[in-house]
Design a binder for this molecule. Structure first.
Ligand code: ZN
Length: 97
């Protein structure tokens, strides 16, 4: 979640900067202003989508936050997805419902 927020902000700033540069070339003065807003919005959206996807891909590949656990309910082994700051999970998905 933090990565997606950071990515959103980073994309927003990057987009705003490149938008302003393009706007300045097209219409000096007013173009800088409009370019920065349009670039910031577009960059922010694409940046946060990209960061979210990247975070998911990296986590899935490394299995960084996936641990094998024995369910306290049905005694079956399951993969618990543990995210930072979350408590340990001791019930499989079926038993949690
Ligand atoms: Zn279970």
């Amino acid at each position: 979640m933090l990565a997606s927020i950071a990515g959103g902000w980073g994309g927003g700033y990057g987009g705003a900067a490149s938008g302003a540069a393009i706007g300045t070339m097209a219409f000096p003065g007013l173009g800088t202003f409009i370019g920065a807003i349009v670039g910031g919005v577009v960059g922010g959206i694409s940046g946060s989508i990209g960061a979210t996807k990247l975070t998911k891909v990296v986590c899935d590949k490394l299995e960084y936050n996936v641990k094998k656990r024995k369910c306290k309910g049905c005694k079956k082994t399951f993969k618990a997805r543990l995210y930072k700051g979350e408590k340990d999970e001791w019930l499989c998905q079926r038993c949690r419902r």
